[in-house]
Design a protein around this ligand. Structure first.
Ligand code: RM4
Ligand code: MN
Ligand code: MN
Length: 424
């Protein structure tokens, strides 16, 4: 379904007076407002192809209506999101959940919606029906070379698919690990995994990056072979300059200081980027910013500070991706909320008074430092995000527009009420 530009404009016109009033209010207190708006407009967050349908829990899946039945329809859904917010100009594919049969046609379709392909993701955490070897006891870590070879070959195949789509990075997330003490020799598993990763790394084109994602538990309950940022950093340091550590916000032990991890990975030049989501207990894959928006702001504060210190381009020098799953909400609404939460945190980080913060830090003025950070966090920057969207040709209120335009109702008419998308 195509979102008509003129309909978005009509809705924007109706909302314009209120929007302008809110914008003037927030602008009065912000010195660098044009800079913030320019940066917000440039900032794009990739939508995962596996999050466009309703996700399941361990016990069931309650599919919503009009879910995309094919990669083409998934691209159409990301096109809807991007048309409304002008900030979701990329899609990240999980293979083989999504296999582009005709890469040139898929690429052309994506381009029609203004979409590029972000990182491609391999999947060696599920057995495929026609595969000779099983990943029951791991993939790149497996004790049996035949299993490792199959997993390596799959990753190389995913790189090839990504090349055909114009992607520039491979994300490797491994479910490898062990569920019981004694099951695995940790050092042996590390060495085998490293050796497998080296073979994948060797197949990377020159301008590609390998993102190694860590996760402290699940599906293995005793150990995972890339468990935390230290272990990921160890692998990527041994692999070479094209390998980076990917931070998925849901993959830490409770109360981990993720912003500090982000700061240090950036300092080392090894931060790949993010799988954004939120969580209360574990890898809950909830809407970004729905549980702990302050943490998200603190992460962006480190990102802006650290990227500026290294002269990095905020929009292009890291991978910005969502990795979420929606059991109850309409996935498109959930993704619109997620992107907006990221933009809000980014905008708030951009308005932190950095000079004043540095001075407070140098003077050990703890209360002042907190005041400075929280002054930015407590600023209502929603009008700035709306203005960036408006200037880029999107909606002042993307979710409101999605509802007004009855997108889901139309998708149900087009696709039916009982469709099920591939993915989580
Ligand atoms: C994992 C991890 C990966 C994602 C899979 C589906 O927990 O977050 O990034 O590809 O889930
Ligand atoms: Mn992830
Ligand atoms: Mn995850």
């Amino acid at each position: 379904m195509q979102v008509e530009k003129y309909k978005v404009s009509e809705l924007n016109n109706a909302a314009l007076a209120d929007h302008k009033r809110r914008l003037e209010f927030v602008k009065a207190d912000i010195k660098n407002v044009e800079d913030v708006l320019t940066k917000l407009q440039a900032f794009q967050v990739a939508i995962p192809s596996w999050a466009l349908g309703t996700g399941g829990t361990r016990f069931g899946r309650f599919s919503g209506g009009g879910e995309p039945r094919s990669l083409e329809e998934k691209i159409g859904d990301v096109g809807v999101i991007h048309a409304l917010n002008q900030s979701s100009g990329a899609i990240s594919l999980h293979i083989p959940w999504d296999i582009p049969q005709n890469a040139a046609a898929i690429k052309a379709l994506a381009a029609q919606h203004g979409l590029a392909f972000d990182a491609v993701n391999s999947n060696t955490f599920q057995d495929q029906p026609d595969a000779p070897e099983s990943y029951k006891f791991g993939s790149l870590q497996h004790v049996d070379k035949a299993v490792r070879d199959q997993a390596i070959a799959h990753n190389i195949e995913v790189i090839k698919q990504g090349v055909a789509l114009g992607s520039k990075s491979l994300t490797v997330w491994l479910a490898d690990g062990s569920s019981f003490p004694g099951q695995l020799n940790f050092r042996g598993a590390f060495e085998r995994t490293l050796d497998s990763l080296k073979q994948i790394y060797a197949a990377l084109p020159d301008d590609w990056k390998l993102y190694l994602e860590y996760k402290c538990y699940e599906p293995n309950f005793y150990s995972t072979t890339v468990a935390d940022w230290g272990q990921s950093l160890l692998y990527v340091s041994k692999l070479g300059p094209k390998a980076y550590t990917l931070v998925d916000l849901g993959h830490h032990l409770p109360n981990a200081n993720i912003e500090q991890i982000v700061s240090l990975l950036l300092m080392e030049g090894r931060l790949a980027g993010f799988h954004f989501n939120d969580s209360k207990y574990g890898d809950d894959d909830l809407t970004v910013g729905c549980i702990n928006p302050y943490q998200l702001f603190l992460i962006f504060n480190e990102l802006v500070e650290g990227m500026d210190a290294r002269g990095m381009n905020h929009a292009t020098d890291l991978g910005w991706m969502i990795d979420a799953s929606h059991n109850l909400k309409d996935p498109i609404e959930d993704l619109l909320q997620s992107v907006q939460a990221i933009q809000l945190a980014y905008a708030q980080a951009l308005i932190v008074d950095k000079k004043a913060l540095q001075a407070a830090q140098a003077a050990n003025d703890v209360a002042k430092a907190q005041e400075i950070l929280q002054a930015a966090y407590r600023t209502d920057v929603r009008a700035l995000v709306s203005e960036a969207s408006l200037r880029a040709g999107g909606a002042i209120d993307p979710i409101g527009a999605y509802r007004e335009l009855k997108v889901r109702e139309n998708l149900i008419k087009e696709r039916g009420a009982k469709t099920v998308a591939t993915g989580l």
